[in-house]
Design a protein around this ligand. Structure first.
Ligand SMILES: [Zn+2]
Ligand SMILES: [Zn+2]
Length: 155
């Protein structure tokens, strides 16, 4: 079995003002069921695909929105206000892209779901791993990254 997608990955916001280009494979795919993500997406959960920061670029004007959580910035298209990606710390080598923007979004089913304590009871995903909250330690995150890297080759 090969990878269920091909590089580079391209995508765009709803209006097309923001164009996304990614040149490396994803590191992890996830769904977040927290109440903030429900409100932010006007849906049941958010979908994220994590990429190496160095492999990600986007054009177009962005603005910062959502909550001003310390160390995190959430970027939106200035024109259509579509949620684009989250910067999870300036020295973090990864960024979190919103999966729905990718042309090949179908290839990035969530491997893990987070914050199931706040999950809407009827909202289900096919994620293999599940956390009632967020992963707490670097070891837990590394375990997820390792698990995803193995799982994606079987898709
Ligand atoms: Zn836009
Ligand atoms: Zn969330």
């Amino acid at each position: 079995m090969g990878m269920p997608y091909s590089l580079p990955l391209i995508g765009s916001c709803m209006c097309g003002a923001v164009q996304i280009d990614v040149t490396a494979p994803p590191l992890l795919t996830l769904a977040c069921h927290c109440r903030d993500c429900q409100k932010l997406t006007a849906s049941a959960f958010s979908m994220t695909t994590m990429f190496p920061r160095a492999a990600f670029s986007c054009s177009g004007e962005l603005i910062i929105g959502a909550l001003g959580t310390p160390g995190r910035r959430h970027y939106f298209c200035k024109s259509c206000l579509n949620f684009i990606y989250s910067d999870i710390g300036e020295d973090n080598p990864r960024i979190n892209l919103r999966t729905s923007l990718l042309d090949q979004a179908a290839a990035f089913a969530p491997y893990v779901e987070l914050m199931t304590d706040q999950k809407l009871p009827w909202a289900t995903t096919t994620a293999l791993r599940s956390f009632s909250g967020f992963p707490q330690t670097a070891d837990e995150l590394q375990d997820l990254l390792d698990g995803y890297a193995e799982w994606i080759t079987t898709q």
